[in-house]
Design a protein around this ligand. Structure first.
Ligand code: PLP
Length: 365
């Protein structure tokens, strides 16, 4: 669902305590020396007595937390990952804030945490980006990465759902994490997500549980795990922090959404663009057996990951039961046309037909 842009007059002004000695400088950002470095400000709101309050933006600094914060022990934690882009005309735009707010709240509900009203979420993100607009780097693969998150802060030893939380938004200049084509290994033992579990939520625990399997895949020479279903380890789900797509006989094929799949906003955007271009889309589970056969008979021509971090990441090798299957990556591949189309929308080179971009202007006086 598209939300109407909030008029500037109806926006709540967030109190800002400006940073007086910036940690980053514009030249460093432009010269692309920085990646995953937090920028100068942090947005914070606190939840207690069943309401969000004390919204503010302050210089980036360590938090004060009681060591007995429930979130540190029982992983009541949820996050988002989204980006602001430097457009060709110099303006700054944020991609699909409304969808990120929606997914944030779906994750929060699953983790028994209070929702953040979509307008509050949007205002927090957009105000922070407006304040930090100088840190939004130019260039096709660069962006300002935005990290909204909520943590449980109530002090307590015993297990219970927290009644106190912090909502924070930070960010920083970013360059892509998957510059090279990926080697992925089909996971036949470990499970990322099971029916009824938390796979669809962007909650910290999911990623902690994926680290050991990923390290083992790395040690075997792969970049990422290609996750399979929890029951049979036979149906492809997704990979790392990316949804996975295949082109099979010219059909764009990807796993259907459900409670084991993260509802990726890049995934959704590419499916919208593909359907508009008349490309057939099939949201269905692909088995490992089918994957192997279709790579071998040449009907599977492309495999790629899609996510905010890398946008589109080509997969060059799929490891299945100790055997590597290779895919040729052609410059005129369909995946690159999606990547270009997304880039054009984000930079303003193509019209934003779906109102995916919010132009950031006037949030900070
Ligand atoms: C964030 C994420 C994705 C991609 O979602 P985007 O909204 O496209 O960034 C896919 N899978 C997992 C597990 C993720 O955490």
């Amino acid at each position: 669902m598209l939300t109407q842009p909030i008029s500037i007059d109806s926006r709540m002004r967030i109190p800002i305590d400006r940073c007086t000695n910036p940690r980053l400088d514009a030249e460093a950002v432009a010269n692309f020396k920085l990646s995953n470095v937090p920028s100068d400000h942090l947005y914070i709101a606190e939840y207690a007595h069943k309401e969000w309050r004390k919204e503010r933006i302050a210089p980036y600094r360590p938090l004060q937390l009681t060591p007995l914060s429930l979130g540190l022990h029982y992983a009541q934690q949820v996050f988002e990952g989204m980006k602001a882009y430097r457009m060709n005309d110099g303006r700054v735009g944020v991609f699909r804030t409304d969808r990120h707010a929606q997914r944030f709240n779906a994750s929060l509900r699953r983790m028994a945490m209070p929702e953040v009203p979509a307008e509050m979420f949007a205002n927090a993100v957009h105000t922070l980006v407006d304040l930090e607009r100088d840190w939004v780097p130019p260039g096709p693969d660069s962006a300002y990465y935005i990290r909204p998150f909520v943590i449980a802060t109530e002090e307590r030893i015993g297990l219970k759902p927290s009644e106190e939380f912090m909502f924070l938004v930070g960010g920083g200049p970013f360059r892509p994490v998957y510059p090279k084509p990926l080697r992925v290994r089909v996971e036949r033992y470990y499970t990322r997500a099971a029916k009824g579990g938390t796979g669809f939520a962007k909650c910290g625990g999911n990623y902690a549980a994926a680290m050991l399997p990923t390290i083992e895949a790395n040690e075997a020479g792969y970049d990422q795990v290609l996750w399979t279903d929890a029951n049979e380890h036979e149906y492809i789900e997704e990979s790392g922090t990316m949804n996975v797509m295949f082109i099979i006989n010219d059909v764009l094929t990807t796993a259907p959404l459900g409670d084991t799949i993260l509802d990726g906003i890049t995934r959704d955007s590419i499916l919208v663009l593909a359907r508009e271009r008349g490309i057939t889309v099939d949201e269905r589970s692909v088995s490992v057996t089918e994957l192997r056969e279709r790579i071998l008979d040449g009907s599977l021509t492309e495999a790629f990951g899609v996510g905010t971090a890398a946008s589109v990441a080509p997969i060059t090798t799929v490891g299945i039961d100790g055997q590597d299957y290779n895919l040729e990556i052609k410059p005129d591949a369909v995946m690159f046309s999606f990547k270009q189309q997304l880039l054009d929308i984000r930079t303003g080179a193509a019209p934003d037909m779906h109102n995916w971009m919010t132009i950031i202007d006037g949030y900070v006086k």
